[in-house]
Design a protein around this ligand. Sequence first.
Ligand SMILES: Nc1ncnc2c1ncn2[C@@H]1O[C@H](COP(=O)(O)OP(=O)(O)OP(=O)(O)O)[C@@H](O)[C@H]1O
Length: 228
Amino acid sequence: MDSSQLQQRRGGLVSLSPSQTPRSSDKAARDLRSGETNSSSKQDKEKGVNVQVIVRCRPLSEDELRVHTPVVVTCNEGKREVSAIQNIANKQIDRTFLFDKVFGPTSQQKDLYDLAVSPIVYEVLEGYNCTIFAYGQTGTGKTYTMEGGARKKNGEFPSDAGVIPRAVKQIFDILEAQNAEYSMKVTFLELYNEEITDLLALEETSKFIDDKSKKPIALMEDGKGGVF
Ligand SMILES: Nc1ncnc2c1ncn2[C@@H]1O[C@H](COP(=O)(O)OP(=O)(O)OP(=O)(O)O)[C@@H](O)[C@H]1O
């Protein structure tokens, strides 16, 4: 398969804390699915767009429980809906948002991975280009979802390992099972304040404690305005 045959497939994870209300400034923004049932996604399909938006809502933390933080977001995983309660001028307004998949506060790392990420990793191994990224307000669970809560203990894979270690494991497991000859290239970049830094650059590893010593990588623009 040559590169012109490769399709771009992308996925995005939105993290929500249960006390945070998703914003919808207009009616169109309320249906955020790329499923077949809405007309805008039909148009997207015709245009070859293939983006899934998945929401994960984290449970309240112990601190939030202690101070009785009100829960204003509820998830309906079966219907793939997130409902938000907003109080505007003493009026309670409930809004429901539709997504490709919804993972509620009791969802486990493995469930999210198996249902939302594993199929995409299979597509990568079939030659597709895929991207998974998490976005959301600070403290909503992006790091927990992507990296996970614990390191590998006694060689065992921790149950709260996130998307990244699980994806790496899945890729190696499949390649090993196929006895395939393969090479893997990994980059780990930090984009912060419009500066991009190679976090795996060998000469910098001993100096990570001091942010100022990190060497930024040059950002280039190609003839078509693409950044690389
Ligand atoms: N699904 C979850 N189950 C249990 N705890 C969670 C879950 N998601 C997040 N947490 C906990 O909530 C806290 C905040 O999560 P996290 O650090 O992942 O947020 P973040 O979105 O990466 O924040 P920031 O943008 O500030 O880096 C952490 O203590 C994390 O362990």
